[in-house]
Ligand binder design. Structure first.
Ligand code: MRU
Length: 362
């Protein structure tokens, strides 16, 4: 049987200089790939969650900016970089909460600006300078993708030290391979534990309204052969009360300097339950998701999405009265006081987060 994990979530098709993604809105029933080069289509793919999950959004934006750059027409290096910067601003507007988006775009833009500075007195003609810069942008985009795989593997190794054989682990949304280049963040300890015969029991919240837990996490983990049980979001307290959950592992879209964490809507409810039942609550976070410029969760912009995701999507017919008011934030903030530890690729960060996040980011 075809395994979704055999495919890259997001990659560069070198032959056509296009961004290649799995269209995640079609999973788990249809595996369809999209080849994108038009900037508007790349923006739409991120906005519509065809590619989603903080690290994968960052990788898609970097590769997306490169494939756009290949198609920029400009007479001078300076004009080329101006157009590149405009495209970066546009892509950055697709989703506001995941910091990896702006982080990856800034990395790409900085490469271009550094190149401009280094070559201000160059005798090379403008076309060959642009060609050289394109190669730099190509390599940077692929480096961001490769680093993501290494980072997730290391998060998995640190995360596994927090898990015992036979543990029951609950996760929310999809912080899996489908949200990254490989392994996922919250799922990386699960994949590594599975390789080592840990016999883990994984519990996935379905994650209303876009069902990332049901459609993506339960799909990818079960395809990898893990023992997975799917829950509706409102069953979290009930399962914790049974004592079957030994730890919660979730991903995140932005970690503020004080350790507050923005992640998929519903995460803070899981954290409250975990606190009540004394279950450790771990957040898996690449350091690219840690944003020390954002002081606390109050400063994180929370994306709000269309009413129809709540009232209509996935149903055969509308399941709410016409014109009912809807509140549909895509993320919530879990207060740092409810987080046991934040697992990064550089190590496990324990409270006090204000001090220890600064140390790990040095
Ligand atoms: O709206 P989504 O599907 O992009 O939200 C994804 C999440 O909330 C993930 O938990 C987070 O991005 C971490 S992915 C490793």
């Amino acid at each position: 049987m075809e395994n979704i994990l055999d495919h890259d979530t997001v990659t560069l098709n070198e032959a056509s200089d296009t961004l290649r993604i799995i269209d995640q809105t079609k999973l788990p029933n249809i595996t369809e790939f999209l080849e994108l080069s038009d900037l508007k289509d790349i923006w739409e793919a991120i906005y519509m969650l065809r590619v989603r999950g903080a690290p994968a959004i960052g990788v898609a934006a970097a590769i997306g900016l490169y494939v756009h750059a290949v198609r920029i027409e400009a007479d001078t290096l300076k004009a080329f970089i101006d157009k590149l910067s405009q495209a970066a601003v546009y892509l950055n507007s697709s989703r506001p909460t995941a910091v990896n988006l702006s982080w990856a775009l800034k990395r790409m833009e900085n490469k271009a600006l550094d190149f401009l500075k280094e070559n201000k007195d160059s005798k090379d003609d403008e076309a060959s300078l642009i060609k050289k810069l394109l190669k730099i942008l190509h390599d940077e985009a692929l480096l961001i993708m490769k680093e993501d795989t290494d980072v997730c593997r290391r998060i998995g190794e640190f995360g596994l030290t927090l898990i015992k054989k036979g543990d029951g682990i609950l996760t929310h949304c999809n912080a899996g391979q489908l949200a990254t280049s490989k392994y996922g963040t919250a799922t990386a300890p699960m994949y590594l534990g599975h390789e080592k015969g840990y016999d883990l029991r994984i519990y996935c919240d379905e994650t209303r309204p876009l069902l990332q837990g049901a459609r993506l996490t339960s799909f990818e983990l079960s395809q990898a052969g893990l023992d997975v049980t799917l829950l509706c979001d409102n069953m979290v307290s009930a399962i914790m009360k049974t004592g079957k959950i030994n730890a919660v592992f979730v991903g995140c879209d932005r970690v503020a300097a004080n350790g507050d964490v923005a992640n998929k809507i519903g995460t803070s409810v899981v954290a409250l339950s975990a606190k009540h039942y004394n279950v450790p609550f771990y957040v898996a976070a690449p350091t690219s998701t840690i944003d020390l410029d954002t002081l606390s969760g109050d400063d994180i912009v929370i994306e709000e999405r269309k009413d129809s995701e709540v009232t209509e999507l996935w149903y055969k017919e509308r399941m709410a009265p016409e014109n009912i008011k809807v509140f549909n934030p895509a993320f919530d903030v879990t207060d740092h006081s409810m987080i046991t530890a934040i697992v990064t690729e550089k190590g496990i960060v324990y409270p006090p987060f204000s001090d220890n996040l600064q140390k790990i980011m040095k």
